[in-house]
Every structure is written in C-alpha cells, then in structure tokens.
Write a protein that binds this ligand. Structure first.
Ligand code: HEM
Length: 193
C-alpha cells in the first residue's frame, strides 16, 4: 500500500538537546510540569528530523490558517509583521502552551470573544510589530497525542527584549491566560559564529 500525500511543508520541529543554533539561557515551567532541561534547541522546518539520538525532547507543530482573525486585523498584521529569522533577531522565546478543557469546550465564537474582545490578544500583539516576529504552531491535530496545544516561537533583537517582556506581562494577565493549564517559557540566544 502506498501512503498518499507529501510531507507537510507547514510543519516545524524543535529538538531540545545539546545541539542546534539556539543556546538556552533559561527554561521555566510557569504552569504545570516541566520538561527536561536542555542546553540547546534546534529548529527544523519540516517534520522528519534526521539524527535525534541525543535529543531530550522533540516537539512538532504545524502552521495553519487563522481561526479568529478578522479581515481588518489580518490587514494590520500583514502590513506590520515580518518573518522570523532576521539577522539582528538574536534573542528568541519558545513558549509551550496547553489550554484547558473549558477552553476547548467553547464554540468558536465564544473563544474568539475571550481571545480578542475580552483579552485583546491581537491588539496587544500588533503594538509590538515589527520588533517581534512570531511563528505559531498548532499541535492538537497531529497524528500522535501532543503534550502542548501550541508552540509559539518569537524572535527579536536584544534592544527589544524589554518590550517583549512588557507584551508577555500584558498577555499573561488576560482572561485568555486563565484558560492555560500548562506553560513553559524557554529563552534562547543565538551565539556569535
Ligand atoms: C508578536 C505579537 C503577537 C501577535 C501580533 C499575535 C497575534 C496573534 C493572532 C492574530 C492570533 C490569532 C490567530 C488565529 O486567528 O487563529 C494569535 C493566536 C495565538 N497567539 Fe499570539 N500574537 C502575539 C504574541 C503572542 C505571544 C507572545 C504568545 C505566547 C506567549 C502568543 C500565543 C498565541 C497562541 C497560543 C495563539 C492561539 C490561540 C488559540 O488558538 O487558542 N501570541 N496571536
């Protein structure tokens, strides 16, 4: 039998271990159990990493279509956002998130209302573009059960670190975040080559 379909090009894999271009500066479990501490993280585009024998963990997610964003918000995002990987963006955060059953039990319109009308997630985030670039990956619909619902990767220049913390502080105090049941914040730096 032949498997139908090519590998998903929207997939990204993070490998925690002692290799990879990102050096870990801190790794904090803010909510729920931690994962193994690592010194390096590799970010690989695609879902089939090669040699992972030394990996402490492997996390995979896929970029997907927007679920909550309105046309107007989308327009503002497209106007301001930049892709991850700018040469000056030598700082990054890999934030692993899992929301609780109450969140997932809500219908789409109620989740949107909490995310934006009550928590202003998109409005807050927009204020920090283009200093912060982001890639959001979803894990709930993968083939195998995943420990997190989302992998958020955000990169920025060292000079924008304070602004980044400021944004995180605002997001974490929202109603949306009250639905979080697990959060791990891994801070990364790209060492000089
Ligand atoms: C750079 C500033 C940010 C902007 C512009 C931004 C923008 C957005 C937008 C537009 C969405 C909705 C996507 C959709 O329609 O499905 C979204 C969702 C999301 N963002 Fe952000 N965001 C930012 C920062 C962050 C940060 C710092 C985190 C992690 C701590 C984060 C985590 C998430 C998660 C987990 C979702 C998915 C929510 C869900 O589907 O339940 N975002 N963000």
């Amino acid at each position: 039998m032949t498997e139908i379909g090519a590998p998903n090009r929207r997939a990204t894999t993070f490998i925690g271990g002692n290799g990879g271009e990102w050096a870990v500066v801190s790794q904090r479990a803010l909510l729920g159990p931690p994962i193994a501490a690592v010194s390096r993280v590799a970010m690989i585009f695609g879902s089939t990493p090669g040699d992972c024998r030394d990996a402490a963990w492997i996390l995979r997610g896929v970029a997907t279509n927007d679920r909550y964003t309105t046309r107007e918000e989308k327009h503002s995002l497209v106007e301001k956002q930049v892709p991850i990987g700018r040469p000056e963006a030598t700082r990054a955060a890999l934030i692993l998130l899992r929301k609780n059953a109450d969140w997932w039990a809500m219908p789409q319109d109620e989740r949107r209302a909490v995310l934006e009308e009550q928590s202003h997630h998109i409005a807050i985030g927009l204020r920090y573009l283009p200093a912060v670039a982001r890639r959001l990956l979803h894990c709930r619909d993968l083939e195998s059960e995943a420990p997190f619902d989302f992998l958020g990767f955000l990169d920025f220049a060292p000079a924008d670190e304070v602004a980044f913390e400021d944004m995180l502080g605002q997001l974490r105090s929202t109603k949306e975040w009250s639905y979080m049941e697990r959060e791990i914040d891994i801070r990364l730096v790209k060492p000089d080559r």
